[in-house]
Design a protein. Structure first.
Lengths: 133, 336
């Protein structure tokens, strides 16, 4: 079984598309309804960040395996302006109080694993995994 | 049975109970149960999910639209869960910050702890209370081998941590120039230079510095834009303002500070304070300097330490126990 999908994000409809494919894959992998909703929300937030701050990018979703454990991996990447101070955006209350809404720390808490890589003027790649319990 | 099953069974029992008879008692049980769920860090979406799964077991024929509506609710609750978790994480960070401030405040207390010197025939009272955890007020006594006592009172314009950090600098500067202690004007000039060079231009420090020489019963003093103190003439039974001329520290590189002198006769007092004392605000507006004088007069029969404590107590009560600014009051009285 090789489940994966990649959605290009250019407008708000694409955010819905990314959500949909994420939900389908989560369902197929056997995630419960709560986790499905969490994964979808995480995808939604990441896709929305791309749309709002980078203009365009892509959200790739795939099944991952690690020592008999299965999970769903989201990779959101863009070649936008990048994040100057990653520590700052990973601080609680920073994005939300600034009215940006997304909140990367929130996404991190919804998922099990979270890594962020960003360079100014080059872009951002965020990878996040939720494991099946 | 693991925690989740146990929770499920408990919730199911309470819900079933409630569906049978809608009693207040069951609702109360529900409230207790929700508290436990919060303790166990169950997020809002999990609570909804728990409810839905119990419902599906109790009513297997639940209509499809209703079932779908619960999925919708669950999705909505994720947002609340988002906010809930952020709140929890902010709360723990706040606790961490508070304990750090607590440690800093303790350090400051140790640092600034001005031991009141014991001087023959000089009755000393001093009190300093921060408005927040950390104080921007400072007072410090130094006693030399001739029983000369110097006293410094300073107030950083501003409160809290920045003011407190600035205060530490003042203390070290004072400690590092002991040879000037006998000349109040020179002390302030030196401090002015340090503050001007090291402190942010929009942070100001006012200061009053005085030195009592018991051999000649004289009090020498100078001030840098500080709230004027009072001089109490026991013979005339009158309070006068201890006027000083001099710029606030840190404003101008080259400033000189005029030095003044007063002779203390028996029972005369020198009263020094920070603007936290005069800027006390009661429901009737600012407290006038006259009222401070009246308060001191009211307790004048007590020891210097008792006077400052009583004055503080009364002003604290007038302000309904909410200090708006750091409060420092020092009294020296020549005993006969």
């Amino acid at each position: 079984m090789n489940i994966q999908s990649c959605v290009e994000v250019r407008n708000e409809w694409d955010i819905v598309k990314a959500r949909q494919s994420g939900r389908n894959i989560a369902k197929e992998l056997g995630f419960g309804t709560v986790d499905q909703a969490r994964i979808t929300t995480a995808i939604s937030e990441l896709a929305r960040n791309i749309y709002l701050y980078a203009g365009s990018g892509e959200v790739a979703i795939e099944r991952v395996e690690n020592g008999g454990k299965f999970g769903l991996k989201i990779e959101a990447s863009d070649s936008g302006p990048g994040i100057k101070d990653i520590r700052k955006v990973m601080e609680d209350g920073f994005t939300t109080s600034g009215g940006l809404g997304a909140g990367l720390p929130g996404v991190k808490r919804l998922m099990d694993e979270f890594t962020i890589d960003s360079k100014e003027n080059e872009g951002t790649v965020i990878t996040s995994i939720k494991w099946l319990r | 049975m693991d925690d989740r099953d146990l929770q499920y069974q408990k919730y199911k029992a309470i819900l079933e109970n409630y569906l049978e008879e809608q009693s207040e008692q069951t609702l109360y049980k529900g409230q207790q149960f929700s508290r436990k769920m919060i303790e166990q860090k169950i997020s809002p979406e999990e609570a909804v999910s728990l409810h839905v799964s119990v419902l599906e077991e109790l009513f297997p024929d639940i209509p499809e639209p209703l079932k779908n509506s619960y999925d919708f609710l669950l999705e909505m609750m994720i947002g609340y869960g988002f906010a809930y978790r952020e709140h929890q994480s902010l709360r723990s960070r706040q606790q961490q910050l508070e304990s750090e401030i607590e440690i800093a405040a303790n350090m400051q207390q140790t640092l600034l702890a001005g031991d009141k010197p014991e001087v023959p025939n000089l009755d000393i009272g001093a009190i300093s209370k921060p408005a927040q955890k950390m104080s921007g007020d400072y007072y410090h006594f130094v006693q030399d081998e001739n029983d000369c006592v110097s006293v410094a009172i300073a107030d950083v314009i501003g409160k809290g941590i920045p003011a407190a950090l600035c205060m530490s600098m003042i203390k070290y500067t004072m400690d590092s120039a002991p040879e000037q202690r006998m000349q109040p004007g020179a002390v302030l000039e030196n401090l002015n230079r340090v503050v001007e060079q090291n402190v942010d231009p929009n942070m100001f420090i006012t200061m009053f510095y005085g030195l009592y020489d018991p051999r000649v019963h004289s009090f020498y003093y100078a001030g840098a834009g500080h709230e004027p103190g009072f001089f109490y003439d026991a013979e005339k039974d009158e309070f006068e303002e201890l006027f000083t001329k001099g710029l606030v520290l840190g404003v101008s590189k080259k400033t000189s500070y005029q030095e003044y002198q007063r002779v203390l006769n028996g029972n005369d007092m020198v009263i020094m304070l920070s603007d936290g004392v005069t800027e006390c605000r009661s429901t009737n507006g600012f407290i006038e300097r006259d009222e401070i004088v009246a308060l001191i007069r009211k307790y004048i029969h007590l020891s210097a330490q008792e006077i400052v404590e009583e004055v503080y107590r009364e002003l604290e009560r007038l302000q309904e126990f909410e200090l708006r600014d750091d409060f420092t009051l020092v009294i020296l009285r020549r005993e006969v």
